[in-house]
Design a binder for this molecule. Structure first.
Ligand code: AMP
Ligand code: GLY
Length: 425
């Protein structure tokens, strides 16, 4: 089969590597992919937001199945456009992708269907938001309604900070139209868990849980990033918590989307916080997480293409989805300075024997040489029977990969290990 994967980051590389394990896959195109992905797929310079270009390419190249991975094309309706052209897809249509595309939609959905989440107010008027914030309990969380490259949530400690944030989002429009409306919500505490789930709109199959590390520096200091590393499974996500999430969050969410006439097909990402009052939803994403995918898919034992087709056909209940009983750790190598200013264009050296476990994000070929080209340059994943070995092996591998200005956190998985040792006591 001819497969098309839309996107060009580490997540897409992990999807492509997994799809390549399928004997039915003949050729994979990545749109746009990147210089590192080029080793595993044919990269075509069509941007992930160019829905028309993607659709035209899919038709002209007789694509049998398409996977739309990033949020932007999903929210823009890439799946609707491809399906209308007769190309079967993995991913939600535009109507369902709104679960990530509008935080106001998702908060109102949770309120209407009693799905646990932080208490909230929504605002479309800056002066009303300013007035409300004067008496809001601090800290509080302010979120832009629309997509904002994962930077649209700001935790504020004082009224001054809150007002500056409202002004920046609603008046100065630092996130463009995404900040025209905002959500102000209760600050929650507790360990965070990412759960990705396959769903065909009726059946929902959670994947192995994971833990992201969003801050740039060790000890969860520094600015928020797209994610500096992940481990799976997440030790806080016990079987009891998983059972509770299934009943109070996962199934109610897919039923709610059905009831709203927006059945969700694809990968639904639940960003959860395990609060003292039970698990609550911090955010929904309409797609695989990045870099969660780089630890979750390597543990998947079932043929990914078979699962994706079953999701498309509404037959997920017929597939036995299995994950390895093992742990995985992914360490991101970034350009020093990320998520602020950084330099790129440095040659990347990866030993051949590590190629299978490296997922490229910000990388491009310059005169045939693979060079750094972004903030997050690559992720390297190791799998082992237990978490400690997975972490040690991921760092051992990361230390053998080099490019000028490379930076990584040295404590990916540390909190997860501590949680495991508490459990064992
Ligand atoms: P989001 O963009 O909604 O995923 O939020 C980014 C990060 O901000 C999350 O991973 C949390 O660490 C934090 N966050 C978001 N909402 C809340 C909340 N209501 N209470 C505490 N932390 C939050
Ligand atoms: N790792 C967080 C996300 O993919 O949104």
């Amino acid at each position: 089969m001819n497969i098309l994967v839309v996107g060009g980051g580490g997540r897409e590389h992990a999807i492509i590597k997994k799809l390549r394990e399928s004997t039915r896959v003949e050729k994979i195109y990545a749109l746009p992919g990147n210089g590192g992905i080029a080793a595993d797929a044919e990269c075509v310079a069509i941007g992930a937001k160019d829905v028309e270009g993607i659709t035209r390419f899919a038709v002209e190249n007789k694509i049998d199945f398409a996977v739309v991975a990033p949020d932007d094309p999903l929210v823009l309706g890439a799946v609707d456009s491809l399906e209308a052209a007769g190309i079967p897809c993995f991913g939600p249509d535009k109507k369902a992708a709104i679960i990530e595309g509008s935080k106001i939609f998702s908060k109102n959905l949770m309120a209407k269907y009693n799905i646990p989440t932080a208490a909230y107010r929504t605002f479309t008027d800056a002066s009303e938001a300013m007035e409300y914030i004067k008496t809001a309990p601090m800290p509080t969380v302010i979120k832009a309604d629309g997509l904002a490259l994962g930077k649209g949530a700001v935790i504020v400690e004082t009224v001054d900070e809150a007002q500056n944030t409202v002004r920046a989002m609603m008046e100065e429009k630092i996130f463009g139209e995404s900040g025209t409306s905002i959500v102000v919500e209760e600050f929650l505490t507790g360990p965070e868990v990412s759960v990705l789930a396959f769903t065909d709109g009726e059946t929902l199959v959670p994947m192995v849980s994971s833990m992201d590390h969003k801050r740039a520096l060790d000890g969860d200091a520094g600015l928020n990033t797209g994610g500096m590393g992940t481990v799976a499974p997440n030790p806080y996500y016990t079987e009891a918590v998983a059972a509770e999430c299934m009943q109070t969050i996962f199934l109610p969410t897919i039923r709610a989307m059905q009831a709203e006439g927006r059945p969700f097909k694809g990968c639904l990402y639940f960003g959860l916080m395990l609060t003292p009052n039970g698990p609550k939803v911090i955010e929904y994403n309409c797609r695989f997480g990045d870099p969660e995918t780089q630890v979750v898919l390597p543990l998947l034992q079932t043929d990914l293409l078979t699962i994706m087709e079953a999701v498309h056909d509404g037959k997920l209940s017929e597939v036995d989805v299995q994950f390895a009983d093992a742990s995985a750790c992914c360490v991101i190598l970034a350009s020093n300075g990320y998520p602020g200013k950084y330099e790129t264009g440095f040659p990347i050296s990866v030993p051949d024997e590590l190629a299978g476990q490296v997922f490229f994000a910000g990388a491009k070929l310059q005169d045939g040489v693979l060079c750094s080209a972004g903030g997050r340059v690559l992720g390297v994943t190791a799998i082992a029977r237990d978490l400690k070995d997975a972490i040690d092996q991921a760092y051992a591998a990361a230390d053998r990969i080099s490019f000028a200005n490379a930076y990584c956190r040295r404590d990916i998985g540390k909190r997860a290990l501590q949680a495991l040792s508490c459990k064992a006591e």
